[in-house]
Design a protein around this ligand. Sequence first.
Ligand SMILES: Cc1ncc(COP(=O)(O)O)c(C=O)c1O
Length: 487
Amino acid sequence: MALSRAQTSTGESVHCSTFASRYVRTALPRFRMPEQSIPKEAAYQIINDELMLDGNPRLNLASFVTTWMEPECDKLIQASINKNYVDMDEYPVTTELQNRCVNMIAHLFNAPIGDDETAVGVGTVGSSEAIMLAGLAFKRKWQNKMRAAGKPFDKPNIVTGANVQVCWEKFARYFEVELKEVKLSEGYYVMDPAKAVEMVDENTICVAAILGSTLNGEFEDVKMLNDLLTAKNAETGWDTPIHVDAASGGFIAPFLYPELEWDFRLPLVKSINVSGHKYGLVYAGVGWVVWRSKEDLPEELIFHINYLGADQPTFTLNFSKGSSQIIAQYYQLIRLGFEGYKDVMENCRDNAAVLREGIEKMGRFDVVSKDSGVPLVAFALKDSSRYTVFEVAESLRRYGWIVPAYTMPADAEHVAVMRVVIREDFSRGLAERLIADLGKTVSEMDAHAAKHHAGGEHHKKTEREIEQEVTTFWRRMVAKKKSSLVC
Ligand SMILES: Cc1ncc(COP(=O)(O)O)c(C=O)c1O
């Protein structure tokens, strides 16, 4: 079943484009496998020509995911592209590199690991898989506890902020756990720890805090959550734990905010996920989940297989996967070391500050991201009566910039923002260029709006009309997304 639909293509055939016509002149069927083979040069050229219409990843400011690595690492990736990670007995060195990564990351997150102990964790495809695994561990632990106490264990729930990334909703739906979301409010776009703790009951398998909200990059207050939950646990006799979704922040906080307590230094934090492919600085396809200790990962979730050689414990959703990303993560950890990651993160923070300042100076936007947190700038129009951030984002595309615009979740959905993620490859020069292009875009849109106004076409929209427009736009987007799916 193909879940996604191409938006731009029409017709039944793929016509051989520019250079491929040197090799083939016949059109290829679009949705059926061609009857005949074609020369390898033709296949390459056809696909390469068609892909040219994709956006430029370096100008994709919507994504946290790494778009540039050093050529030496590209070489390692290419060399290991044919290794299936799951064949651990055949590729013991790759397995060893994964274990080293898990241990390095666990130490970075201050896991209480004794000198003769190894960390408990696993490499995943990304934070989504990592979160599914952590969630399953919490669910199973809670079920075991309830069963042993002779209590019902069929209605587990998880408490999060309404700002959680879609993977938490997926976890809840796929694995039948009720998602209890703390609502947001205008000006407060992360989970309020006090409200979260209020929502905890005996069926809560964990509270999930985010270190680096997807919407505005803000770090949630995990320390406060830990303290409030400790008090509630003491009062009720429950032992509700915390998971930290550090998809972005896990590779930022240790370098920029080493004093901030958000990790295993807090006793209730039992597991943490991080995306290797975000600020871990690896191309798409790697994440990590680390548990505080062996006791936090129920043994019955671990499968032992022996048909590939020796006994291999596995706890992942998928079986086969590539090895390249694991090797690339190891490359980054040893190549950059603590010092190198710190330099990269400081540079990102400084470039975010330049961009933030430039946007604020325009006087047209309210910045809703914080100075600390994930290096990104999220901003809303001060006045959306003549055009919206959706139109600004659309206009910016003419300059090649891909900047997402979206509305905040419940109960702040009337606030619409744009967000620019600052990655390692987003230089200060690019920040200055973006400020200039954004300034030009806004001036053009002002002039356009003024012309319409002079022509008598403009009427000042009421707040209600603006809200309705944003809601309609968003509904249409969601409906379109739902029909074309997928992530
Ligand atoms: C806070 C948060 N959690 C989880 C995810 C999902 O991460 P991944 O894309 O690595 O699966 C994201 C992705 O942006 C995120 O921002």
